[in-house]
Ligand binder design. Sequence first.
Ligand SMILES: *Cc1c(COP(=O)(O)O)cnc(C)c1O
Length: 362
Amino acid sequence: MKGNRIYNFSAGPAMLPEEVLEQAAAEMLDYKGSGMSVMEMSHRSKVYQGIIDEAEKDLRELIGIPENYKVLFLQGGATLQFALIPLNFMFNGKADYINTGVWTKKAIKDAKLYGDVRVIASGEENGFKKIPDVKSLKFNEDSDYVYICDNNTIFGTKYKEYPETGDIPLFCDMSSCFLSEPIDVKKFGLIYAGAQKNVGPAGVTILIIRDDLLAKAPRQPLPAYFDYRLHVENGSMYNTPPTYGIYICGLVFKWLLKNGGLKAREKANEEKAKILYDYLDKSEFFKPFADKSCRSLMNVTFRTPSEELDAEFLEGAKKYRFTNLKGHRLTGGLRASIYNAMPKEGVEALVKYLKEFEEAHK
Ligand SMILES: *Cc1c(COP(=O)(O)O)cnc(C)c1O
């Protein structure tokens, strides 16, 4: 880590690769001889068109997005998609949802405004420690789509295999694991992710949508911004897109491509998470929260034996300049978010502190 930078375990907005920040800094005042920063540029300019085109090209290469999928860079966060998805794709007014935590609950609540939402499985009974068994799921044949959230940022759970939904398209919120591992896009009708967890700054939401879904008209007329088709027809430029955020995402895509792509990222992320989980599993003091069968590699949730000790742990973390280790306000406890840009050294340093704290308190 350079200079005064610290290990930031925030769930989002989160750490970005230093190289990317340095490049953005170097290009801040004069982007490639344009005499202005990317922030100051017209989104209709040739220079900016080059930036967004290259970002899409690199993202397609990185993931291996098939030709029949469209890519969008929009605003509104993941939260706006909770409503836009049913508005655009509940053609018959019915969908199946799997409830795995706070983010799916919010998506379910919004979808219910527009149609018949069948919650076909829920982790609520076990406190969202576990992803429901995907093999035993029964889907409603008349559903327009099946909706899941891949990585549950707040509880620290992740699907290890996806439900097989047959002809019903599978829609997935990948906000907190997007680009942390290879993605088999063909399995999905729609994938989306807010950028600020693992990909870039807040303000950009990336969508990957299968084109046959876009070919069908929605059930009701939609205001312009709500209509994905309009955004696709206009190459994410129907209105002003989050220009600077897209540029940073583009730099992150290049950083990922240069560093071995998503396979290499998966390996590095598995390695980092293992260091932390191995310690938590053998600790007699700290308790990991998520069930072993479905642990997230991005958000590691755990706790000490009491709320007082959790608070003391957070206070003590300050002297090592670790930040944002507090669990989500809804769950309490502790959480270390270790996205792509968190170096292995950061995780090792955290484990050193965990050991020291355990020794001092057991
Ligand atoms: C953070 C998060 C959201 C909400 O994102 P916003 O950009 O704040 O709307 C939704 N889903 C998941 C999985 C998240 O991690």
